[in-house]
Ligand binder design. Structure first.
Ligand SMILES: [Zn+2]
Length: 175
């Protein structure tokens, strides 16, 4: 796969060339020396539970549009992962939660070089006697607290499958 994302140097506008730099072929600017390092994308996802139910959202964007996934999103520069997940939960479903421990790290293997990176999965537990109300910003968004038996088949990612399977096993042992 080509590592070329940009055709031109973002600093001086010269056409980039593929050159050996720091042990790899990378896009390099022959005029000013800019090297484009293909940094990994970092995403965060949450296994958010409330009294034996898990929070799933139906994706409204590609990739995997229409499939069910754990809430989350890309980290912004300057954020710590737990901050990023807390922000995503506020934005996606209107939940304000303390984020718990790191559960797992998954490879992000999306199509194209833009989606190469890692996914950090954290746990979070919602409190209260009633299921916390999920507020979706746009009409197409769906989010629900689902029991182990209600988890749909059409799940988005390998990480979603793995984390939900683990959660379901642990939940069955408890009950
Ligand atoms: Zn340049």
């Amino acid at each position: 796969m080509s590592t070329r994302i940009y055709q031109f140097c973002p600093y001086c506008g010269t056409r980039l060339e593929e050159r050996l730099a720091f042990q790899q072929m990378r896009p390099v600017c022959p005029t000013c020396g800019f090297i484009h390092f293909l940094d990994p994308k970092v995403a965060v996802i949450g296994l958010v539970t409330w009294q034996g139910r898990v929070l799933l959202i139906r994706r409204d964007v590609d990739p995997m549009k229409g499939k069910w996934a754990l809430p989350g999103g890309y980290m912004d520069a300057g954020e710590m992962p737990q901050e990023a997940l807390a922000r995503e939960l506020r934005e996606e479903v209107g939940l304000d939660l303390a984020i718990g421990d790191l559960l797992a790290i998954f490879p992000m293997a999306g199509p194209g070089v833009f989606n190469r990176g890692i996914v950090l999965a954290y746990g979070a537990v919602a409190q209260g006697d009633e299921p916390p109300i999920l507020v979706c910003d746009d009409d197409a968004c769906e989010a629900a607290w689902l029991s182990a038996d209600e988890i749909p088949q059409d799940l988005a990612f390998e990480s979603t499958h793995t984390l939900l399977a683990q959660w379901r096993d642990a939940h069955r042992r408890e009950s």
